[in-house]
Each structure stands twice: as C-alpha cells, then as structure tokens.
Design a protein around this ligand. Structure first.
Ligand code: NIG
Ligand code: FE
Length: 415
C-alpha cells in the first residue's frame, strides 16, 4: 500500500473529529477546513494532517510519495446515498416525449417509465448489466463520488430483482468504493400483477425477501410510496417485512404528491427518506423527532421540473439535509454531485458550506458510512479528490457544468 504525503494544500476541506456523524441545522453552515495544509495517507487510510507550519519530518517514512498541491484544494469524496445505476439502455425517447408535453405520470400510465426500464432489464444478461453499470460507476468516480448506494427496482420479478442485486454484489466485492445495496422490489407494480397488487406485495415479502436475505444481497429495503405505486399502509407492511430480514428501511417519499412516505419511514425507523418535494410542516416536525436523514435529490426535481423540496426551511428548522444524485434513466440521468451542489446553491439557496456537508458527511450518514467516509478524519478511508487550481471551495458549485477535479484517490490509490 502506498504512503502519501501531500503538501501545500491550498485548503483541506471538511476536516472533522471522528465523533461527528452528521451535521444539522445551523451546524450545516460550518465547514471546518485548514488553509495551507498537509495530509498523510498510509495503508489506504487518512493517517494525519495539519497546517504547513507543522509539516512533519519524513525520515521514518519509507517508500513515501510526496505530492505538491500548490493552489489546489482537497475534499473528501462525495457520498452518493441514492442511485439506480444498474439499468439497461436508457430512456431518451421518454425525454423527448416529455419535451413534447407528456408528464412523467402520463408516460408511466401508458406502460413507460419504470416499466419500460423493467422490460429492457429483463432482456439483459447479468454480465451485460454489470458492464453497463461499471461505465456509469467509473464516470461518477471521475466526478468525485467515493461511496455509493445502489438500488434494485427495475427487476420487478424474483429472477430479475436477484439479477440486479447480484450485479450490485459484484460491484461491492470489487472493493473499489464502499457500496450499499438496496432492495427496491416495491418500485412499481409489474404488468402481470396489474389487478393483483397484494399478490405482488406477497411475492416481495414471501419469495423475494427470503432469497435476498439468504444470499445477503441487500443492506436496505426501499419503497416508492406514491399514488399509483404503493400506499402508506403498503409501504409500512413492506418495510416491516424487510426489517425482519435485517434490512434497514429507506423510502421514496413525497416526490409527486404528499402521500405519507415520510411518516411511514419515520415510524419504521428509516435511515433516510428521499425526494421530499411535497414535504409539509407536519413532516418537518416528525423528522425533528427522528434519526432519519432528510435526503433531497436535486437532479430529479430539476430534470422532471418538480416543485422544489423545502430544503432551506428544513435546515432553518434545525434538520440535517443530505443530497444524493438519484442517478437513474428516468428522472435523473446524471450522477454528477458537483452539479447537485450547484443546484443546491442556485435553486435551494443553500450556501457552499451547506451543500458540501449535504454531499459528504450527511449523505454518508444516509447510508450508515459516516464512520468510514464523508470527511477528512484520521482513520477514515483515503477517498478524496484534488481539484484543479481554484480560488476556494465555493468555486465548485459556482462553476456549474465545469469539471474542476484534477485527480481522484480511492483507498489512497490514484485512479
Ligand atoms: O427516484 N421515484 C421513483 N424512482 C426513481 C425514478 C425511476 C425511474 O423513473 O426510472 C426516482 O426518481
Ligand atoms: Fe430514486
């Protein structure tokens, strides 16, 4: 394992004590950083760091690589806690349909949307899916993502859900980045069960879940709680069934309407509730009494032209907010967390400090990884990126659409 000593870092961003697992409310405005800093990496982990005045003697470091970071910043890699990057093909045709006036709901009602992706996925082999997914994973790693959650949910049959989850397992086993797997069998009602919703829920609970648990294929269970998808009661039924198999709940909540997903999630002890476009004041109160991370997916709201989740109001009410990309073929065909941060600043009126916290420590919390990634902390994984020479960390969300990442390190290894 290589040993690195990085010196003259213009700013070492998001430096935290190991005890900080998330930041809430006004704490989100703070982004502890060291100007003119050094950082040491050993055995794939962050070993030490400090200001250049205290630059260490390097005599006892054998095989040490010294990197000069003059003018450049270091940030911990982004944690992307909500993606659907295992999919076949794309949905470019529906993109054009929406440009021409159809809504996301109308496209789904005529058999498109998630059902379109399910058809494509059924026809793809596990190897093909793996290859397509790796292209996306490598793309987002280059854009700064260093840990990721990946969902199933385009299978909607026992065989295809298992196929998706096995692809995720293969990616996890590469040990390239930390990966969390989410079983999202309740993403939509498959055509075969059009008139038998409880039959599909029973399939999820009695057939899919035991198989997934036996193969240890998932960490989380997720439900799309929405009109024409799954109700509050069904969401709770499915989440509770997942819990019995050791899976931790997550919810696709209040994306297209106010439908009770946040309440279902909080009541089931969800680690996160995601989307939140139609989150209301009562939901904010529920979230304040919980340990559930409120996760905003700016790419989906942007791409579908949805009302914006009340992220500003939620932070001002004292809540923590995480950001994730929702990378998927239908509602957010991008996993670029730099762009999510730009959207956060421009559309949601969050400060650069708030969006960086949302994309690192808080999104790591939303996949139970904030003890391992999400900040520059001694003992955490050396997953970070070095920027091009830039003026400050605020320049990243400011320069929307630019690629300001010069080099990415994962486990202390240059990619
Ligand atoms: O998070 N909202 C539900 N699921 C995905 C979209 C899935 C799709 O359209 O393929 C989402 O936005
Ligand atoms: Fe999603």
């Amino acid at each position: 394992m290589s040993r690195l000593l990085i010196k003259n870092i213009k700013t070492l961003v998001q430096v935290r004590e190991a005890s900080v697992l998330k930041v809430s409310g006004s704490q989100m405005k703070e982004l502890p950083s060291i100007d003119n800093a050094w950082m040491a990496v050993d055995n794939g982990l962050i070993a030490d760091f400090g200001p250049m005045e205290d630059f260490p003697g390097i005599e006892d470091w054998k095989g040490l690589e010294v990197i000069d970071c003059e003018g450049k910043l270091i940030l911990p890699s982004y944690a992307d806690s909500h993606t659907h990057i295992v999919y076949a093909g794309n949905r470019e045709v529906e993109f054009i349909d929406r440009i021409n006036g159809l809504s996301y709901e109308e496209i789904f009602a005529r058999g498109g949307g998630i059902l379109n992706s399910a058809k494509k996925l059924a026809d793809a082999t596990e190897d093909e899916l793996f290859e397509q997914t790796m292209v996306r994973l490598k793309e987002v790693i280059g854009q700064g993502t260093g840990s990721i959650e990946i969902k199933s949910g385009y299978g909607l049959s026992v065989e295809s859900e298992l196929k998706m989850l096995r692809v995720i397992k293969r990616i996890k086993d590469l040990n390239l980045v930390p990966v969390k797997a989410t079983f999202l069998g309740a993403h939509a009602l498959p055509v075969e069960y059009k008139n038998n919703k409880q039959g599909y829920i029973d399939l999820i609970i009695n057939d899919m879940l035991p198989k997934i648990a036996a193969e240890k294929l998932a960490d989380y269970i997720d439900v799309f709680c929405e009109q024409n998808y799954f109700t509050y009661e069904e969401t709770k039924q499915i989440l509770e069934a997942g819990k019995k198999h050791g899976l931790v709940p997550k919810v696709h909540a209040e994306q297209l309407s106010h439908f009770g997903g946040i309440q279902a999630g909080v009541e089931c002890g969800a680690i996160s509730v995601d989307h939140l476009e139609f989150c209301d004041d009562a939901d904010i109160e529920l979230l304040k009494k919980s340990d559930t991370m409120a996760t905003v997916l700016p790419g989906a709201a942007f791409f579908l032209g949805l009302p914006l989740p009340p992220a500003r109001k939620m932070i001002d009410a004292g809540l923590p907010i995480a950001f994730a990309s929702d990378f998927n073929p239908g509602s957010s065909p991008s996993g670029n967390m730099n762009f999510m941060m730009s959207l956060g600043c421009v559309q949601y009126k969050l400060t650069p400090e708030e969006v960086i916290n949302a994309c690192t420590i808080n999104s790591a919390y939303a996949m139970q990884l904030s003890h391992e990634v999400g900040s520059i902390t001694i003992g955490k994984k050396a997953n970070f990126f070095i920027t091009k020479p830039i003026s400050s960390y605020g320049f990243i969300p400011y320069s929307f659409g630019s690629n300001l990442i010069e080099v990415v390190y994962l486990n202390g290894v240059k990619q």
